[in-house]
Design a protein around this ligand. Structure first.
Ligand SMILES: [Zn+2]
Length: 435
C-alpha cells in the first residue's frame, strides 16, 4: 500500500503540468510609450499569464481570448511612486500645525509593527487602485513591516504593487527624532543609528539580511550629518550586495556629499543649488523631489516651503537632472485615499510647468531605472510584466488625466475595470469627483 502511494506521488510529479493561462486581448484606443514620447492609435495588447505577449496594430485576437475593450481610453504603463511610506499613517489635522515632527514621533512610539503592517495592506491596495503598480518604500515601517508587506504581496496573499523596500532607515544618532535622554532606545527600530564605519556596515548588512532591497540613508536631519566619505563607504557596502542607496537631504551641502559619493538618488533635495544639480546631472544621480502640494505645506504651517520646492523643481528640470516621481505621503488630506494623495504631487509639477511627457517619464521609465526594474516594468512592450493602466483623456495633453485611472492590470491580473464605457462618464472632471 505504501509503495502504491509512493508510485502515485512520483507519477504526479512526472505528468507534465498543463497550465492553460487564458490570453487577454486589450484594445487600446491610444497607447503611450513614455520613454520615446510616442503615442499609437488602436493598438492590441496581448497578455498571457503575467506578461505582455505582443503589442501591435491589427493583431488577430486568438480564439478564446478574453477581450477588454479600452478603445475609449488611453493605455499606459503602470505608474511608479519612488518615495512611499506605506506602513505609516499619521492622522493630521490643523491642530498639529507646525508640530508635524511631534505628531510623527508620538505615532511611531505608540504604533506596533503589526498594526503598521496592516496599515501597509490598506495603503498598498489603495496605491494599486490609483494606478501605482510599483513603489519604492523608503522606510518608517517599525520593525520590518515593509519586508512582510512585500513578501505577502509577492506570495499572492493579496494584490498590491511591486515593492522595493528599504527596511530600517540608517541615520546619524537620533535619526529624524528628538529623543528623551532617559529613554534613548525609543527611536529604534524605526531608525538604525550608525555613526562609526562598523555601525554603518552592520546596519547595511542587517538590513539586507532582513529583506531590504534598497538602502535609505538620512544624511542631514541633525546638526551633524554624514560626510562624503561616510556616504561613499555606505554606497560601496550596499553596492557589493547589489543594492542602491537613496539619500534623504535637505541642505545643499548634504546633497553635494551624497551626489559626490555616488548615491543613486537624492530624496527631497529641498535646497539643492544649481551647482549640485549640475553635478547630479553629470553623475546620473536621480532627484526624487517629493514636491508636496501647497495645501499640505499650509497644513504644516510652512507655506514658504512650497515656493522653495517649486523653484528647485524648475531649476532641476531646466538643468536636466533625471526627475523621478515620489509622493512622500505619510498621511491623507481632504478625504483622499493614499493612492489619491500620491497623485497630488501632479499639482505641484503642473504648477512648476514641468511638461506632461517629462512628468510621465518620471512616473514610469525614469523611476523603473532608478528602482532597477527597467527590464521588467515601466513600459508596455512584449516580454515585460503586464502592469497597465488606462485613463479617459490624454495625459500628454493634460497630466491630470492620471487622476482618473479607470483600469488597472497588475502582473496580468485585472484589478480594476471601467464601470461603464459610455463617453458621458469619461467627461467628469477631477473636481466633480471630489465633491
Ligand atoms: Zn519620506
Amino acid at each position: 500500500m505504501r509503495r502504491l502511494l509512493l508510485t502515485i506521488c512520483v507519477l504526479a510529479f512526472l505528468i507534465p503540468q498543463i497550465s492553460v493561462s487564458q490570453i487577454i486581448a486589450i484594445k487600446a484606443g491610444l497607447l503611450i510609450d513614455p520613454a520615446s514620447g510616442k503615442s499609437f492609435n488602436s493598438r492590441i495588447i496581448l497578455v498571457e499569464g503575467e506578461r505582455i505577449k505582443s503589442v501591435g496594430f491589427g493583431t488577430a485576437v486568438p480564439p478564446g481570448a478574453r477581450v477588454i475593450d479600452l478603445s475609449a481610453f488611453t493605455v499606459l504603463p503602470g505608474l511608479i511612486d519612488a518615495h512611499t511610506h506605506l506602513c505609516t499613517d499619521v492622522a493630521l489635522d490643523s491642530s498639529w500645525q507646525g508640530r508635524i515632527t511631534e505628531r510623527f514621533t508620538s505615532y511611531i512610539l505608540q504604533t506596533s509593527t503589526s498594526y503598521r503592517a496592516l496599515t501597509g495592506v490598506v495603503k498598498a491596495a489603495s496605491m494599486l487602485e490609483s494606478g501605482f503598480t510599483t513603489v519604492r518604500d523608503v522606510g518608517n515601517a517599525g520593525n520590518y513591516a515593509d519586508t512582510d508587506l512585500r513578501r505577502a504581496i509577492e506570495n499572492g496573499l493579496f494584490p498590491g504593487p511591486t515593492i522595493i523596500n528599504a527596511g530600517r532607515i540608517i541615520a546619524p544618532y537620533g535619526g529624524q527624532l528628538q529623543l528623551n535622554p532617559e529613554r534613548p532606545g525609543l527611536g529604534t527600530p524605526e531608525y538604525f543609528y550608525a555613526d562609526t564605519r562598523d555601525e554603518m556596515r552592520k546596519a547595511i548588512r542587517e538590513n539586507i539580511h532582513f529583506g531590504a532591497k534598497v538602502i535609505k540613508v538620512v544624511v542631514d536631519n541633525q546638526p551633524y550629518s554624514y560626510s562624503e566619505d561616510d556616504l561613499r563607504f555606505m554606497v560601496e557596502e550596499a553596492r557589493r550586495a547589489g543594492l542602491k542607496v537613496a539619500a534623504h537631504c535637505h541642505t545643499p551641502e548634504a546633497a553635494r556629499n551624497a551626489v559626490m559619493a555616488g548615491v543613486a538618488s537624492i530624496e527631497h533635495g529641498t535646497r539643492m543649488d544649481d551647482e549640485t544639480l549640475m553635478l547630479a546631472r553629470k553623475n546620473g544621480t536621480a532627484l526624487v523631489g517629493t514636491e508636496m502640494p501647497r495645501e499640505v505645506w499650509e497644513l504644516f504651517g510652512a507655506e514658504q516651503r512650497y515656493a522653495v520646492l517649486i523653484d528647485r523643481l524648475q531649476r532641476a528640470h531646466r538643468i536636466g537632472v533625471t526627475l523621478v516621481y515620489g509622493s512622500d505621503a505619510l498621511y491623507e488630506t481632504g478625504n483622499r485615499t493614499r493612492g489619491e494623495m500620491a497623485l497630488t504631487i501632479l499639482d505641484s509639477w503642473k504648477d512648476a510647468g514641468v511638461p506632461p511627457l517629462e512628468t510621465l517619464r518620471a512616473m514610469t521609465a525614469n523611476a523603473a531605472k532608478l528602482l532597477g526594474v527597467e527590464n521588467e516594468r515601466g513600459a508596455v512592450a512584449a516580454g515585460l510584466a503586464a502592469d497597465l493602466i488606462a485613463v479617459p483623456g490624454n495625459p500628454l495633453k493634460d497630466i491630470f488625466a492620471l487622476k482618473q485611472v479607470e483600469f488597472v492590470m497588475k502582473n496580468g491580473k485585472v484589478i480594476k475595470t471601467p464601470q461603464q464605457e459610455s463617453p458621458a462618464k469619461h467627461n467628469k472632471t477631477p473636481e466633480s469627483k471630489e465633491k
